[in-house]
Design a protein around this ligand. Sequence first.
Ligand code: FAD
Length: 490
Amino acid sequence: MNRIIYVAFDHLSRAKGALAGANKASDFIVLVESKRMTTGRNWHKERLFFLISSARHFAKQLEAEGFEVRYLKAETTVSGLEQVQKEFGALPIVSAEPSSFVQSRTLAEFGVEFVKNDFFLTSRADFQLWAERQKTFVMENFYRAQRVRLSILVSNGEPEGGQWNFDEANRLPPPKNHSWPEPLEHMRDEIDLQVAEELGMTATTTWATTRDGALKQLEHFIENGLDEFGPYEDAVAGESWAMNHSLLSPYLNNALISPEEVIDAVLKAYAKGNARIESVEAIVRQIIGWREYINGMYWFLGEDYRELNSLEANRKLLPVFTNPSNSKMNCVKSVVEDVDKRAWTHHIPRLMILSNLALITSTNPQQFLDWMRERFIDATEWVMVPNVIGMAVHADNGVLMTKPYAAGGAYISRMTNYCKGCAYDPKTRSAEDSCPFTTLYWDFLDRHRETFSKNHRMSQQLGGLNRLSDLPELRIRAKKVLEKLDAGQI
Ligand SMILES: Cc1cc2nc3c(=O)[nH]c(=O)nc-3n(C[C@H](O)[C@H](O)[C@H](O)COP(=O)(O)OP(=O)(O)OC[C@H]3O[C@@H](n4cnc5c(N)ncnc54)[C@H](O)[C@@H]3O)c2cc1C
């Protein structure tokens, strides 16, 4: 053997990273299940189950292919690699460039050599070239450049369907009595059951742990979810946890499938006439736009970005995030319970319910980020940091988003069906039963009035604030709501 190839748990692809050029005769493959990764934090068990079982299946698959593979448990990744070097001699260790600053530094210091990280459609260097030329980092500009560069839904420089985006058609509220696709269930094998037993849990059938399962999920989405993906992508329907969403983020993020494969399947369905343009464009935007942009920005903005707190938000994480059972806020309780159940909710509950609550209560961004990192199946550093610090809680003073994503109960009522039957009224602000989101939305604007007055994109909201006739009462109610939220009584 000439080399050790280290495969991280989010690089489970035979076609990419260091494994793309692997040689059975001379490369020895190592995967490390580090204790720090499994027990270091209050990780959601569904998440650990998914990551560990996927890695063990992948190791088995490499063995079946004829590779010499060592899957080992160790205190840390580095101590695992040291163990292998002791056993097999100080062979050079090669891996794909890791997906976080910390892991890159740790492995580089240990002497691991990196091959280019090709798990994305845009290299870090190419993204930097784009970002350096921008005055503001508007995702839409990046996305259009991606469409042209990758030649996706573009002919002769013109967008397919005559428009770059179909936002107007894609902001529909949840329809009544709609039939949503049934989520696919993933069967369990011995490896899954073993991992579940080690974690002290019962294996659910929500998430696949193999490449075959991930490909089945892709097929299921293309056949059942894609055509109506666009119109309802921003809506939340309490009766369907997945709606038309693809549920592909975990597999894209641990590399069981690639973004190229997803785009290819989507474009084929479109070419066959099986999906409307507003849905095809919408999913393409998520994959070649948002996903690539978030990864690019993570590397471009640097390691200190995760510590930003420009709104000086210092409230402790609210108890409702860890114990929703006492909450009378139907939306928050339902969404946190969904996350507890499956380690997942789609984009809008993450943004409009969970993050919005953290934002308008001035919850400390780093405490909220930690909670999000621990609770979601698809959470990794590169994707959570810009999504939370920039997009969700505006802790970066507007580097990513020109204005904070703050919303009151009326918007939640329009885009979800949670408000029906809720104890709180989304339409009022300062009554005893006013929706906490509505009260706190205005109070948040009021508390940051001076900061936001410098942002012309906030002038409409501040104009609304100035017209409120009940601001003194609203402030009193907001104080009470915050006290009760702190005490876990709302
Ligand atoms: C506060 C917040 C935190 C988030 N944290 C994560 C995270 O930890 N991991 C993660 O993969 N996504 C994250 N997202 C993005 C998005 O919510 C999830 O990718 C999506 O809900 C996953 O479900 P899906 O695969 O069914 O997505 P779909 O709605 O079917 O979208 C398709 C794909 O687009 C990609 N995508 C869409 N939006 C984003 C985005 N903003 N950033 C990165 N990829 C995107 C994902 O790969 C996703 O699988 C976050 C969004 C917010 C607002």
